[in-house]
Design a protein around this ligand. Structure first.
Ligand code: PXP
Length: 242
């Protein structure tokens, strides 16, 4: 079975656009769980552009499925993850000026920040996952670090507009997946996955977890639009005719 981890960061992006208290990612997590989410994923970015420290704490108390905390290897953020003790921590690279996580971590040559983050999280029993590009050199290096899982970055596959490029990126993901399984690590994937492109990724043998955010949140906004407008219209009409 493939677990669906729903990334709710962009619920918080909408809230932070007004610095108010709605929509609350905690409510979104509850609804995602009712919809069948096997996991809730949040990325506490160093610049706090969407998920806030309060969200991390409240979600820790309320999420009943797998709690997957995405984070950079910055010591301050790792400390927050250690205090929170989620079931799973996914280490990602982070650049402040990027719109989203643009590439995988570079784990060749045992980078000290990554090694230290893995050690601190593993020591308290958190399953550590590394977000990597589909590159077998990176996967071999990750295996030597002794992590539980690798999440393959599907961004280049998702961005491909030509069939030849998409097929090439899919082949890279399939080969990288085989290498992850051969190293006996759990196989996860995510980034840029949509209702249109998820099929071939879900069909990769031994895929265990897919983390999807933007596409699900985008769809949720549109499928809820009609009801949201008619509810407001009803309130206005009722008040005006009283
Ligand atoms: N997996 C990881 C490691 C990510 O950084 C992100 C984006 O925060 C996702 C999955 C979800 O990507 P998307 O929002 O494009 O579905």
């Amino acid at each position: 079975m493939i677990e669906l981890g729903v990334n709710i960061d962009h619920i918080a992006t909408i809230r932070q656009a007004r610095r108010t208290n709605e929509p609350d990612p905690v409510a979104a997590a509850m609804l995602a769980q009712l919809g069948g989410a096997d996991g809730i994923t949040v990325h506490l970015r160093e610049d706090r552009r969407h998920i806030q420290d309060r969200d991390i704490r409240v979600l820790r108390e309320t999420v009943t499925v797998k709690y997957n905390f995405e984070l950079s290897c910055a010591a301050e953020i790792v400390s927050i993850a250690v205090d929170c003790k989620p079931q799973q921590a996914t280490l990602v690279p982070e650049r402040r000026e990027e719109v989203t996580t643009e590439g995988g971590l570079d784990v060749t040559n045992n980078p000290p920040r990554v090694v230290e983050a893995i050690e601190r999280l593993t020591a308290i029993g958190v399953d550590v996952c590394l977000f990597l590009d589909p590159d077998t050199q990176q996967i071999d290096a990750a295996a030597a670090l002794g992590v539980y899982a690798i999440e393959l970055h599907t961004g280049q596959y998702a961005l491909a507009t030509q069939k030849s490029e998409r097929d090439y990126q899919l082949k890279r993901l399939q080969e990288a997946s085989a290498a992850i399984v051969a190293h006996k690590m759990q196989l996860h994937a995510g980034h840029g996955l949509t209702y249109h492109n998820v099929g071939p990724i879900a069909a990769i043998p031994n895929m265990r977890e897919l983390n999807i955010g933007h596409s699900i949140i985008s769809r949720a906004v549109l499928v809820g639009m009609r009801d949201a407008v008619s509810e407001m219209k009803r309130l206005i009409t009722t008040a005006a005719t009283r």
